[in-house]
Write a protein that binds this ligand. Sequence first.
Ligand code: FAD
Length: 345
Amino acid sequence: MDIFYDVPLEKLNTFRLKVNAACLVEYDTPEELRTIPAELPAPRKAIGGGSNLLFTGDFPGTLLHSRIRFIQPVEMQEYVLVRVGSGARWDDLCAWAADHGLWGIENLSGIPGEVGAAAVQNIGAYGIEAGDVVDAVECFDTRRQCPVVIKGADCGYGYRTSRFKEDWKDRYIVTAVGIRLTREYRPRLDYGHVRAALEERFGSYVLEQGELTPARVRETILSIRRTKLPDPADIGSAGSFFRNPVVSRDCFDAVVRTAEQRGFGTVPHYDNGDQVKIPAAWLIEQCGWKGKTLGHAGVYGKQALVLVNATGQAAPADILLLEEQIKASVQAVFGITLNPEVEHV
Ligand SMILES: Cc1cc2nc3c(=O)[nH]c(=O)nc-3n(C[C@H](O)[C@H](O)[C@H](O)COP(=O)(O)OP(=O)(O)OC[C@H]3O[C@@H](n4cnc5c(N)ncnc54)[C@H](O)[C@@H]3O)c2cc1C
């Protein structure tokens, strides 16, 4: 375990904001979490790659970062259980699974961040969520100061959420995750343009003959993502900044009327029981924000849901101002309040 003080976080947040943490602990085993000195500054917060975080200023407490990075497969009868250290990069796990011909997480290729956070966030993309494959989550319970294993089925996984983000917030530190993968041919292609992109890349024959591999799907997903999302190595961002709002039918009808009056065209939406989900990216785009900059912050030109550190010099205040102005425009035009997906710390 290493303890660092007054630590620059530029490389520990994908927005690349130049903020500092009072203290950072990097631990190598779950047991070390019991021995963290009590006098280190509060509050304590687990952190992965900082790809879903917006630091609103210097962090006054202690960040806890896992360096537990193993990938350990165990063959079961119907599936392959892979135990993975929380500090392993999620995409390294996806690459490992693809190299070993294992299905289950190929559609989640390219998502930044670490394995521990993936189980907290219930990351999702192209019709798959981490919660679909999490068998169990090994944690350190900071309240009882002991290790616990929580079954995936008990983690309360929902759309980009889990009990780790709700009633268990900041209680458990994830140290390893058990992921269920399979050798059975099981591509999931019916989301977005995945099937069409695979046909274009490998020919429809490959799909018809059942000759896809996890590696081929992964390669295709990575290429789709490259066309839509900024690479954090080039442009700072935290991915999708806002949640897609879920509104009442009356509210949706009002949005449709606004769209007609203002010539915005058809409102994209997904029925969600009595309610309707509207893509936040569409609302933001109609308000004229796509590709715009404000100070050092901006809205990504290829995807309006992604706020970026446009000049590389953005301070937290730049991102917060842009967030506020986007929310105000969407509220003024559509009467809808956007909520951030990205966690403000
Ligand atoms: C360009 C880009 C594209 C993205 N695309 C997607 C996408 O397609 N789908 C998607 O779902 N997300 C996406 N994201 C968001 C992000 O990658 C995920 O939320 C990811 O899981 C965050 O991982 P992290 O390690 O960076 O976690 P952090 O951002 O550091 O932390 C996220 C949360 O997890 C908690 N946490 C982290 N590690 C631990 C631990 N060991 N124990 C307990 N709690 C912990 C933190 O306290 C925090 O609450 C994208 C982000 C970017 C920048």
